[in-house]
Write a protein that binds this ligand. Structure first.
Ligand code: PLP
Length: 419
């Protein structure tokens, strides 16, 4: 098979594709595998019931049913839904938004592909531009999304050691030197993989830096406010006309409907919608159909506050307690869990490295994400990148407990072997 440059890049078996394959195939290969690697949200029966009720109401109404199945929406997405999202955000946070500031995508993953490649890569004057991650580790799903090589740059963070066994990454502004070729800054907040939430002050500084350079700040709010609100502190959401905020219905419990939402200034939304028309023609209707009424009535806010957030908060606390018990005596630290649904564990001096730990755990029936993949864009060889793993805690509590015991057992073995 002869492949183009595009084909060679996007059809190749990168390390990350291998990891995704593992995540996808693990259950078929080993039905007992404890899945602590993937990004699936937890299964919340109360949310399920709400989605089902909405879908049934739509299916029972011939007009709504036809709108759902029988129509293409415009490339920017369903106008009612865009207006409803704009109203919800304006109402909650006081942002000045209308439907023209909102575009829909088929999942936020595809929105990132379009946005990143619209802003960075080869420029009309022949120069190249890149997306900068002011704090690494970052979301693995960005890593291979650039059409050109060397698409991301990243700044190594400061590590703040917190009382006890926790730590927190901080943007290292002293190190953060933006090149002339920086096209945009991008952060996920809450951050996948670490559960970090960049502070309001960090966001304000990044906003100022981006403005001074005339480039946008992209904020990935897949786990943030106002939905799904998987946030355990009271960080303020951020948007202004230099910000591109990307939201998603996935972590509410709807990853299968593939709905992402881009909130940005009108000019950018217009450009995005044009690109979306070429790539996708139109977006799927099911996500907007389910969500519009929940957003219009504000029911979504009560659901995320009273159902979604408490579920993940309790799971995070139980997972931290489990690791503390089983890792006692080992050189471990847990990134302060401030949001999302992962724990990021750091084993200082881990003798076997995170990739070997991942493989040993897979052989023992537990799937995690080896942390080194999440440091893409960072040129320097920093031992820390081989000392961390990401562990999801959304599975059933019994499975998570068994997973924690196995992880702790393998880490202990690795340190004992080296002693
Ligand atoms: C930080 C972050 N951003 C974006 C996405 C993409 O989500 P989706 O395409 O389902 O909206 C994910 C999925 O795991 C994520 O963790």
């Amino acid at each position: 098979m002869k492949l183009s440059d595009f084909g060679a890049k996007f059809a190749s078996d990168s390390g990350i594709v291998g990891l995704m394959d593992d995540l996808g195939n693990a259950l078929r290969e080993n039905p007992a595998m404890i899945m602590m690697g993937g990004g699936n949200p937890g299964h919340l029966p109360q949310m399920d019931a709400v989605f089902r009720r909405r879908l049934e109401a739509i299916l029972d109404d011939p007009g709504q049913r036809h709108r759902l199945f029988g129509r293409y929406q415009s490339p920017a997405g369903d106008h009612d839904f865009r207006q409803t999202v704009a109203d919800l955000l304006a109402d909650q946070f006081g942002w000045r938004l209308g439907a023209a500031n909102v575009a829909i995508s088929n999942g936020s993953q595809s929105a990132f592909f379009t946005l990143f490649n619209m802003l960075a890569g080869r420029m009309p004057d022949g120069s190249g531009r890149r997306i900068h991650l002011p704090l690494t580790p970052e979301y693995l799903g960005y890593a291979d999304s650039g059409l050109s090589e060397g698409f991301f740059t990243a700044t190594r963070p400061e590590i703040e050691l917190l009382d006890g066994d926790q730590f927190k990454y901080r943007v290292d502004f002293a190190r953060l030197a933006l090149g002339e070729d920086t096209a945009a800054l991008c952060v996920s907040r809450p951050t996948n993989p670490t559960g970090n939430v960049l502070t309001d002050d960090e966001i304000a500084q990044l906003d100022a830096l981006a403005r001074a350079r005339g480039i946008p700040l992209i904020v990935d709010g897949a786990y943030g406010l106002p939905f799904p609100n998987i946030l355990f502190n009271d960080a303020r959401p951020h948007w202004n006309d230099n910000t591109i905020l990307v939201l998603s219905l996935s972590k509410l419990g709807l990853p299968g409907v593939r709905t992402g939402i881009v909130v940005a200034r009108e000019e950018l939304v217009h450009a995005f919608a044009n690109a979306n028309g070429i790539l996708n023609l139109a977006c799927g209707n099911i996500g907007p159909a389910i969500a519009t009424e929940l957003f219009r009535t504000g029911e979504i806010l009560a659901l995320t506050r009273d159902v979604v957030q408490p579920f993940y908060r309790a799971r995070a606390q139980a997972a931290v307690a489990g690791f503390r018990e089983h890792l006692a005596g080992l050189p471990f630290r847990i990134h302060k869990p401030e949001g999302a649904f992962f724990l990021w564990l750091w084993f200082d001096g881990l003798p076997i490295g995170s990739q070997a730990l991942y493989e040993r755990l897979k052989a023992r029936g537990v799937l995690v994400v080896p942390g080194q993949h999440c440091f893409f864009g960072l040129d320097e060889d920093w031992p820390h990148r081989h000392e961390c793993i990401r562990v999801s805690y959304v599975q059933e509590p019994d499975a998570v407990r068994r997973g924690i015991e196995i992880i702790a057992g393998e880490v202990r073995r690795a340190f004992d072997e080296a002693a």
